[in-house]
Design a protein around this ligand. Sequence first.
Ligand code: ZN
Ligand code: ZN
Length: 339
Amino acid sequence: MRSLTFVGPGKLRFDEVDAPTIVDPTDALVRPLAATTCDLDHHVIADKTSFSPAAPFALGHECVGTVVEVGPGCTSITVGDVVGVAWHIACGTCAQCLKGHPARCLRHGDAQYGLPVNGVWGGTFSELIRVPFADYNLALLPTGVDPVHLASIGDNLGLGWETVVPIVSQISDPQVAVFGGTGSIGLYCVDAAVHCAGARTVYYDDDPVRMAVAEKLGAEVADIDGKREKDFDLAVDASCDPEKLKKALLSVVPEGYVNSVGIYFQDVAVPMLQLYLRGVNFHNGKGHARASMTPTLDAVAAGVLHPELVTSGIYEWDEIPDVLTSERPGHKPIFVLDA
Ligand SMILES: [Zn+2]
Ligand SMILES: [Zn+2]
């Protein structure tokens, strides 16, 4: 089968590799219908992460697909199901998974698709994917929704819901700030804040394309380098920029919440005294995709969330290397694999 390989900074190619097979009884094999980039992938390709020395490796960890084979131990997933695939490889039954923390699975640790972390599990820009613990790691898509715009459900799209809704749903008349920059995650956060949480939402960025999407999603938009408000209940840092992280940290009400979903590969200075004086609840960590996939899918099926507004372009599978190494790949390009 063909599998997209990250060869090195700015270099992608399709390689012919052995197709995966069922190894354990709880495995399933999934053929992608559509796959997309996590915001992190753009940084990997641009050599802004620490992954380049590990190249070559299969890239991609966001897709929806069709189940084409299941092991004898699968009880809920069956052949023909159209599913979202979680980015992580998690068992679903250890103490961390049961707490809703599959990204901290005690059996599989940091294992995931599309990055060389704790084993090799292939990438979602491949024609076939092996999914361990398939009953847990796959989420059935609701009927009546377009699977293509849900390609991100197993990571960035679910992360938008996870970053905002559990915190903001406990606050009356919530106000949310989203500091964008990484691509899609900030926009999915805006969608969840406006439409799931009913929050007044301000989106800060300096990219006119993303700002236009945020406005369409119902946010007020403002220049990230301009004047900003400082009394938000929740500020989301989706910037990957230390200066913007600092602005997010200092934009919330006393005892407010800051959730950082950008990834910093270098140490960052944090204004600890100002955080102490203000009282800030700061969270920084991987998203726990599986726990948020089902409520996110329910919100899409109910017409509450609008992931289609975040999609920046829909392309054919063969175009993946060219689009992703082009000067403007877009903040959420989705690639469709024909049957
Ligand atoms: Zn990701
Ligand atoms: Zn586990």
